[in-house]
Design a protein around this ligand. Sequence first.
Ligand SMILES: *Cc1c(COP(=O)(O)O)cnc(C)c1O
Length: 376
Amino acid sequence: MTNKIAVPFVSFKPLENELKNELSRAFDRVLNNSWYIDGNEDNIFEKGFSQYIGTKYCVGCGNGLDALMLSLKALNIGPGDEVIVPSNTYIATALAVTYVGAKPVFVEPDIRTFNINPDCIEASLTPRTKAIMPVHLYGQSCDMDRIMVICEKYNLFIVEDCAQAHGAIYHSKKNNRDYKTGTLGDAAGFSFYPGKNLGALGDAGAAVTNEEEIAKKIRAFGNYGSDYKYHHIYKGNNSRLDELQAAFLSVKLSHLDRMNNVRRLVAKKYMEGIKNPDIVLPFIPDYTEPVWHIFAIRVKNRDSLERFLNDRGIGTNKHYPIPMHLQGAYKDLGFKEGDFPIAEEISSTELSLPMYYGLTDEQIQWVIDCINQWEA
Ligand SMILES: *Cc1c(COP(=O)(O)O)cnc(C)c1O
């Protein structure tokens, strides 16, 4: 290979270099205060994030999985209950259901959007179904008007998994207004894992809701079941957002819209530049304005394209190579290959391209050129 430009799948460096001073000041502030759990930084971030998303309450948690799990718990979902989750998602969505003692029920996605297909939900409902967990996968909102109609009809809760959708917009035709994902259900869980659109410098997460009762319960469940120091009303656990991560997150939050717009620009370049007829580009329904956590293409001969790109210095990834129903962790559910053909099709054809703040025009063009050169 003569010409080769390195394009790592992900790099935090461009953003970190830019925010180094701000992040260092946040660190100094926390160290000077000598206060590390449940303090001012936590309050400031929670206020800022709920304001940004557009909910009344935000409760910082240890990570995104806990934010989802504590939200389900706060809605009294537990043993004997079933919760609808998409068959195509990161396993954390289903594990949150499992951890509260309920049963995850997988529903197939729409192959074009990768997100849960509202047409397939009703057939999976039983008298035990208590909630639906729409996952706004890859940063693109689910078809929420249709999901909300089903939830109203069957009296189900909605717990949104927003781990990949910080700032994504949903345009409701029903109400003719824009919503941020995270405001469309009873509660929503966000992850601030470092690689997410809003990432901490470690593990962190948050739950958001408009209901004071739910917010209080989530906070109590994540703090040893305590509503007041040394008073324990629930058998809770420990999942809190620490001051240091909260301080870093406030810095990053102030840049989130700018970062998301950069991702949108990268996506636009990929969408316009990639012309290879063997590649299926992302489909963007008119009800969503995605934040491009992941730029997911589909391609029949995926491994060949992946090798071709890797050989030319381009990092790629698969989200996700094994669908949940075929994971060892869910052997007990008794599924086999063929049970969720759309999720399986996505697992075997999806390829994720580099997508982050700091990609140069030259790098983006190199990715486009290489994909266009590839022959299936
Ligand atoms: C990252 C992620 C989670 C879990 O978040 P953590 O902070 O890693 O616990 C949950 N759901 C989805 C869809 C995710 O991508």
